[in-house]
Design a protein. Sequence first.
Length: 448
Amino acid sequence: VKDVGILAMDIYFPSTCVQQEALEAHDGASKGKYTIGLGQECMAFCTEVEDVISMSLTVVTSLLEKYQVDPKQIGRLEVGSETVIDKSKSIKTWIMQIFEESGNTDVEGVDSTNACYGGTAALFNCVNWVESSSWDGRYGLVVCTDSAVYAEGPARPTGGAAAIAMLIGPNAPISFESKFRGTHMTHVYDFYKPNLASEYPVVDGKLSQTCYLMALDSCYKRFCSKFEKFEGKQFSISDADYFVFHSPYNKLVQKSFARLYFNDYLRNSSVVEKDAREKLEQFSNLTGDESYQSRELEKVSQQVSKPLYDAKIQPSTLLPKQIGNMYTASIYAAFASVIHNKYSTLMGQRIVMFSYGSGLSSTMFSFKLQDGQHPFNISNIATVLNVSEKLEKRHVIPPENFVETLKLMEHRYGAKDFETSKDTSLLSPGTFYLVNVDSMYRRYYAKK
Ligand code: ACO
């Protein structure tokens, strides 16, 4: 099999969102903290009728329909999520309902969990399956679904929610350059969910930022050395047309690209021109630790890499800025933004991806884009994603109602014996929603 990768994609995000500018004012944060400081515009959230299960049912149904894929044609289904509902019962088993209906229960795969990295683990599993001797010729399907909610405080504006589905198979318009993967995994307590009675994580925000940047450096070095080994030449940021990062909030993405640029400077890459070289020279002797703490380096490297940021990063920032952190779906929503913005010029281009999940797991890998056959081609994927219309159709909810919803969900989390409002007035047709949870904690959904 050749060119295994992503054949088709679809995204679903709740149509309910809160504006960061309004949230800032509501929270009493200084003006500009969430919008300029974090770089965010809007944040999607699930109301009491939606959750990670309903979103994944919605997005899988939509993908199968829009690309006219027969559910019998799926041989593996992998879910990445860090939003635990039934704990031992995977979200994958929930999605099996769609396949059972057409008589297909012969579907391998379960859930992968490690913070925002689970979707990448699921994706690798599906790609590896298609490339393996146990592949039966059918498609793989990857679902990334998460609802990111934080306790009141500085992390709250970095929430979000979405589900993404990706169809995996050979001769894909978005194929893996599997040789170039660079991975970095270590043990660290930067973000985790030890309190099983709460949906909120315990988070050491500052530590998580440093861990993210250290993981980025390490993955980039490994990615570069693999590239050099197989291609016989040095890799630099000029060898990729776009970089797509896991995006908890946009400011970290800005810092990440500046960090790659600084790496290229330290590696004497010709992409760093003379005037930038002169400005960065003062930082060349910093130790690794010092360099993560240096505000001055952060500022200067962001400034000198700005033109390249605009060209290679900006197109990926649309959905993460508008929706917020979607945990496992975040990096793939950023990727979907590139497809949405650049679909007509992507043929033959390379996109480098950086996936990060606290705890921590991280990998840098790359895609090569090429023409595909309808319906599995880039411009049709852009049509199905339908990003502009989905964003335009959203309902802006006042911060007070957003906070009220989160309070209600704190009580509902892990609860049994309740009915939802079944208010579907804000949902698009075809959206699944939660109806009730019975005395045995069994959940019931319906479709609008
Ligand atoms: N106008 C403009 N900018 C402002 C303003 C203002 N009025 N006020 C603050 N800022 C800037 C700050 O200078 C800072 O930017 P900088 O880092 O470039 O200096 C930024 O806004 C954020 O301000 P901080 O004071 O650093 O924010 P705080 O510590 O309150 O919270 C944090 C930020 C740590 C990211 C928090 O939201 C959090 O914990 N989020 C969850 C963890 C997370 O997402 N980690 C990322 C990797 S792990 C993961 O994906 C879950």
